[in-house]
Design a protein around this ligand. Sequence first.
Ligand SMILES: *Cc1c(COP(=O)(O)O)cnc(C)c1O
Length: 360
Amino acid sequence: MINVTKPFLPPKEEYDTYLQGIWKREWLTNNGPLVNELELRLKEYFEVPHLFYVSNGTIALQIAIKALGLTGEVITTPFSYVATTSSIVWEGCTPVFVDIHPGTLNINPALIEEAITPRTTAILATHVYGNPCDAEAIEAVAAKHNLRVIYDGAHAFGSKIGTGSVFHFGDVSTLSFHATKLFHTIEGGAIVTKDPETAKKIAFMRNFGHNGPEKFSGIGINGKNSEFHAAMGLCNLKYVDEILQKRKELSERYDHMLRRLKVQRPSVLSNHTANHAYYPVIFEDEPALLKAIEALHGVYVYPRRYFYPSLETLEYITTAYPVQTSGDISKRVLCLPLYHELSVEEVDMISRALLRAQNY
Ligand SMILES: *Cc1c(COP(=O)(O)O)cnc(C)c1O
């Protein structure tokens, strides 16, 4: 059986070494030395001044929205994981959906301006599948209308704009280190910002607002993560460049094997580098996608319809939005298996099953 993803696990001895240190120190959570070390290493890796390791990518988004003091309407993409939208609603703001670009599948910057109202305070865009957003265009509109920008970078570990990390952009970026992501700490996430004032707020908010044992600076929540999770991150970070390279090679193998398959692949803007976190293919129509899924199930391969459905269809979204491209793509897109341990032979087998389903 081959599933769409399989979490990476480091050699167990390497994790054991960290466990010995935890047992010696008896320091399990609350900004421990391994959490600090992971934050330091990630700051170096992305070349960012402030990064906070938190319990997951959803709390990262919620703290980001809270730390920027967003109210009213937040312009966002309907083509993302549900957490992008639910975080906006959870924080008492109203998501306003703007359609995606049919090539990159990221929010279409050309459509943002017409969605801005006097109540708009921010843009929350996702680097979908690790394909970087058109940050320059998004931030030009944001600057013109004095809006804040948050990037949901849950997929974007290792993605680049120019020669630098995508996390150099926006007021705040968030990451997810969930077990299914390219780099993971079992559960976990991070918040990145270059603004020292925002960083200070995030630091308080992550830890109940504590400013010392008996003083509080504003409202907070428990967004902390543990030494055990940080240890997994430190183990995995050692392998992340290998993981990125392997995914690139497997993706290129799919590209080659599927060159005659009638599917479209997302386009990447020039000077932008995607991280091959996923391998999405877009079929001509939904029946073609369903036929492909059936063919893959026949050889015990379980791809995933991701993202489906488009987020404007959530039951708690009561306004209608003209986001046809997202609605259309979400019905036709399928993520094929892609993970570190997947072999070239398995990619070939999956590809042949897909080709057979289209009568090649
Ligand atoms: C995984 C994911 C999240 C949520 O991250 P968790 O760590 O699972 O809470 C948010 N946004 C996107 C786009 C994701 O893929």
